[in-house]
Ligand binder design. Structure first.
Ligand code: SF4
Length: 241
């Protein structure tokens, strides 16, 4: 990433902080295994439903041993509210089983000692764990300065012209190649809010957007305004061990 891109990220972060404020953050970093399971549950659903699924699962299976030993269909039953039950239950069961085989314990602590790239490579070697999930573990459980790219971050950073990525994973690698220090959590979290409330996939509310002056999106429509909502509950800042 060049200096112009880095400066733009810093500016976007400032403008989003002015509009949305500093996003709240877990005081104690959760265990990386908890975070990885919670992130699998969060795919393609809202944070309230995935949090309920996470709570159901933890109540039914208080230890990782019990969860790993459970039948896949039983895990699916507990997490139904979060959708994609078959896929998510298979990913969780497979992850826990393989983690025990590889490490001998239900721990991802080994990723604390390796580079971001190696940590992502290790985590994505588990079937059902993608780059977004792995990077969420680094940001939310290890407190690393890394910006996960979901559909909202992908759309907004490309519209803004910060990167030019054809898919979220490509955007992720381009964005995190020299990401400015210390601001990944606020940038990521506030950009998701922007994407959900203002910079929506269709009819973005450019007339209400704090980033309008530096946005290069061809479909910009400043006549379109959107109302801000209350700050939404964010699952990955609400997981504790
Ligand atoms: S100006 Fe419009 S397209 Fe650009 S970031 Fe804001 S809402 Fe999105």
């Amino acid at each position: 990433m060049n200096k112009i891109q880095q400066k733009k990220i810093v500016k976007v972060n400032e403008l989003l902080l002015n509009r949305f404020g500093q996003p709240p953050r877990n005081k104690n970093l959760p265990d990386p295994v908890e975070m990885l399971v919670a992130t699998i549950l969060s795919q393609n659903t809202n944070d309230r439903n995935s949090y309920q699924a996470y709570k159901n699962l933890k109540e039914k299976y208080p230890s990782w041993e019990e969860m790993a030993a459970a039948k896949r269909a039983s895990i699916e039953k507990e997490i139904r509210i979060a959708g994609l039950g078959l896929q998510k239950s298979a990913a969780i069961k497979n992850f826990l089983t393989e983690l025990k085989v590889k490490q001998g314990v239900y721990s991802l602590d080994f990723i604390k000692k390796v580079s971001h790239d190696d940590a992502i490579r290790e985590m994505t070697s588990f079937k059902g764990v993608g780059v977004k999930t792995a990077s969420c573990v680094l940001l939310f459980a290890l407190g690393e300065n890394i910006c996960p790219v979901d559909t909202h971050v992908h759309r907004t950073v490309n519209r803004l012209g910060i990167v030019n990525g054809s898919a979220p994973d490509k955007t992720f690698w381009a964005l995190n190649d020299g990401f400015p220090e210390k601001i990944a959590h606020s940038f990521h979290t506030n950009l998701i809010r922007l994407g959900r409330e203002i910079c929506t996939p269709k009819n973005p509310g450019c007339g209400s957007c704090p980033l309008e002056k530096l946005c290069v999106f061809e479909g910009k429509d400043v006549s379109n305004k959107k109302e801000l909502k209350e700050r939404a509950f964010m699952l990955l800042d609400s997981i504790d061990s």
